[in-house]
Every structure is written in C-alpha cells, then in structure tokens.
Write a protein that binds this ligand. Structure first.
Ligand code: ATP
Length: 223
C-alpha cells in the first residue's frame, strides 16, 4: 500500500540541518518501477538508504508503533491474527473512504517522519557519502522537492509496472490500475528528474545503470 508520502513542512525543517552537510537524494518512481531494486543496489555501493515504504511496513507490522492507535481508531477488525495491520482490508477501506485514508495517515505519517529523521541523522553520523530517501509519493507530497539536492526517478512503461505488480503481489490488473490512478504520471515525475534510471531491461542492465548513477552522485558537491 502506498501509504508513504510521509512528508510535511516540519519534516522538511527537521532534515534541513543536513542540507550542505551531505548530499540529499530523493528517489521515486511509480509502483513496481523498481525503486527497491535500485535502492538495494545503491545501498550495496555504500549509500545511506532511508526507505519510507519499509518504515511504513515496520510501524504497521506486529508490535509496530502504529498498531495500537490503528486498533483504537479502526477497531480490531483491521488487525490480523498476528497483530499486524490487515493491509488488504485497510487498502479496501481507504480506497473507498478518503476520510479514513486521512485518519490512517494522521496516525502513520508522524511516526514515519520521526523514524525517517532518526535514520537519516544516524546514517549521516555513520559517515555514508550521501543519503537516499526512497519516497514512492515524493512528488505528490510536495515538500520533499525543497529539501533534496537531486531527484532520481526510476522509470519504465506503465504496462511493465502493471505486469510486475500483478506478478509480485498476486493482484488483478484492475487493482493495480486503481493504484496507478492515485499516483503522479510518468511525465510528471520525469519533468522533475535530475537523473533517470530506465528500468525496462534486465536486472544486470539495471545494476550497470545504478553503478553509473552512484558515480554521478559521488561527484555532487555537498549542498
Ligand atoms: P513498489 O512501489 O510497489 O514498492 P518498487 O518501485 O520498489 O515497487 P521493485 O519492488 O523494486 O519496485 O520491483 C517490482 C518488482 O519487479 C519486483 O518483484 C522486482 O524484483 C521486479 N523487477 C524490478 N526491476 C526488474 C527488472 N529490471 N527485471 C525484472 N524484474 C524486475
């Protein structure tokens, strides 16, 4: 579930202390475009990765910091037998009811924000050469563009996105198309990109592209 816009102006100001200290790279792309594949590879090359989608999953996993608030607001029906958020049920609800989507975000976004800041500060302290914020809805949530020094967009044809997500999540085409409608278009994302990773070939071609991207990012002057 793309619950991860995770951005407000206060987040921006909390992270602003890192501006000029270490290059701040945003990484976005539509569902199934390959953001995780790219960020995993950048992580292996030494980048500091903060993935807001991973954080969103952690806080809604069993014993996650969002679970009790979700239970309180939505009821135990939305918590599965293991104590984690029932994602399928919640996805159905929030698609149907914007008010519930807002309520869920009011619980999750501050927690995602808090963890994003904590991880960024820690990674900077650890001495990574640059930070990569993986934010699926980076453009949709606005404030990120003011914070980051460069934006990487992972891009592929919509049909490829649909096929990958149908396969990975075992979802029908109609569900994937519904999610796509809530996201910025390819063109909107590409219009903001400093670097584009074209992920329509093999995974080994992707690795080569990401190696080159890493070299380019390393050449960015801090700030
Ligand atoms: P989401 O927005 O849904 O989190 P994402 O943008 O992080 O998706 P990935 O999870 O990296 O995308 O990729 C989606 C699926 O497509 C995964 O199963 C991944 O292994 C596969 N995939 C990504 N890139 C390629 C590629 N170049 N060739 C084959 N499979 C790929």
């Amino acid at each position: 579930m793309a619950t991860t816009s995770a951005s407000t102006h206060s987040e921006q100001s909390d992270l602003r202390g890192l501006k000029g200290v270490i290059p701040l790279i945003g990484l976005t792309g539509g569902i199934g475009s390959g953001k995780t594949a790219v960020s995993d590879q950048l992580g292996k090359l030494g980048a500091g990765i903060i993935d807001t989608d991973v954080i969103a999953h952690q806080i809604t996993a069993a014993n996650g910091s969002a679970i009790e608030s979700i239970r309180k607001h939505f009821g135990s029906d939305y918590i599965d037998a293991n104590g984690a958020l029932d994602r399928i049920k919640m996805r159905t609800l929030v698609f149907a009811k914007p008010k519930d989507k807002k309520a869920l975000e009011a619980i999750t976004h501050p927690l995602i924000r808090q963890e994003t800041i904590k991880q960024a500060l820690q990674l900077a302290k650890d001495g990574v050469p640059y930070l990569v914020f993986v934010v699926p809805l980076l453009l949709e949530s606005g404030a990120w563009l003011n914070l980051i020094d460069r934006l990487v967009v992972v891009d592929c044809p919509v049909e490829t996105q649909i096929n990958r997500v149908m396969q990975r999540n075992n979802l029908p085409r109609s569900e994937v198309e519904k999610i796509l409608k809530t996201q910025a278009s390819r063109e909107e994302r590409l219009a903001h990109a400093d670097f584009v990773i074209e992920n329509q070939g093999t995974l080994s071609q992707l690795t080569e592209e990401v190696n080159q991207l890493n070299q380019k990012i390393l050449q960015i002057q801090k700030g």
